[in-house]
Design a protein around this ligand. Structure first.
Ligand code: ADP
Ligand code: MG
Length: 256
């Protein structure tokens, strides 16, 4: 369980605007939450509190009932984080070494590390590719290695911040399939995205931020009418079955 209570975060001191402005949320174990909202609405700032990468200016964040500030290691073990553009997040040259890095830092025995790396790579369809060089992988494969790296920590919740950025349609679909499998296996997922094309049907719940506040918190079936008002594009129900060519380049919410 991840909980935020009246969480407020300001960059640059007390008089700056609040990037996250009084957010209270509970995310249950196993729940698949899509966190949506326009650029700058505070999504990344919010999720970076879930494992203590940022500290609140006001309010608190609890993981399994314990304040993150009291047990950073527990929060980081419990909440796995995959960032936008994982390119910057790799620590080793090869797939296997990178995925092993987290478990090695936990000081786990070698067999346990090997077991976790094997399972994590299998979960993202990268089994048997431990020795491949990360810089020779496609964007979608890199994203999957980044997910495997988080999975090897055996997290209860996996948080992915804009994992579809820069991926082409097949790569995006592949990542969506991994997320679906994780969900079915009981891992909680918090998927940060401003692109609901693939995500809507996976979600138990959509939370949309606007100006650092929760503007919508509802099951997917109830949000279609409300999201466009917040500047969040929602695909019509039929669009998933027949994607329109060329919509990538016309997406108004695309990040630079
Ligand atoms: P999102 O992930 O929804 O695009 P962010 O959490 O990145 O939103 O940003 C929320 C607000 O905080 C924006 O106004 C953004 O400009 C500001 N912000 C984000 N990161 C920083 C930072 N490191 N320093 C100062 N302001 C920041
Ligand atoms: Mg962001």
């Amino acid at each position: 369980m991840i909980e935020t209570r009246n969480l407020r975060h300001r960059y640059g001191g007390d008089d700056g605007p609040a990037a996250v402005d009084g957010v209270s949320l509970s995310i249950a174990d196993g729940e698949f939450v899509v966190l949506a909202g326009p650029n700058g609405s505070g999504k990344s700032t919010l999720v970076r509190h879930f494992n203590g990468l940022l500290d609140p200016d006001e309010g608190e964040v609890l993981v399994d009932g314990t304040p993150v500030s009291e047990d950073l290691v527990a929060a980081r073990t419990r909440v796995g984080m995959v960032f936008q553009q994982p390119r910057d997040g790799f620590v080793a040259a090869t797939v296997g070494a990178d995925v092993a890095f987290g478990p090695e830092n936990l000081g786990l025995p070698r067999e346990e590390i090997d077991r976790r790396v094997g399972e994590a790579l299998a979960a993202v369809n990268m089994a048997g590719r431990r020795d491949e060089r990360i810089d020779e992988l496609s964007g979608g494969e890199r994203e999957r290695v980044a997910i495997a790296g988080a999975l090897a920590m055996d997290p209860g919740h996996l948080v992915l911040d804009e994992p579809f950025t820069g991926l082409d349609a097949p790569a995006r679909e592949s990542v969506v399939e991994q997320l679906r499998a994780l969900r079915d296996a009981g891992t909680g997922v918090v998927l940060v995205t401003h692109d609901l094309r693939d995500a809507l049907e996976l979600a138990d719940r959509i939370v949309a931020l606007a100006d650092g506040q929760v503007a919508v918190d509802a099951p997917p079936a109830e949000v279609r009418e409300r999201l466009p008002d917040l500047g969040i594009r929602v695909p019509p129900a039929s669009e998933r079955e027949s994607p329109v060519p060329g919509r990538e380049s016309t997406s108004p919410e695309r990040e630079p």
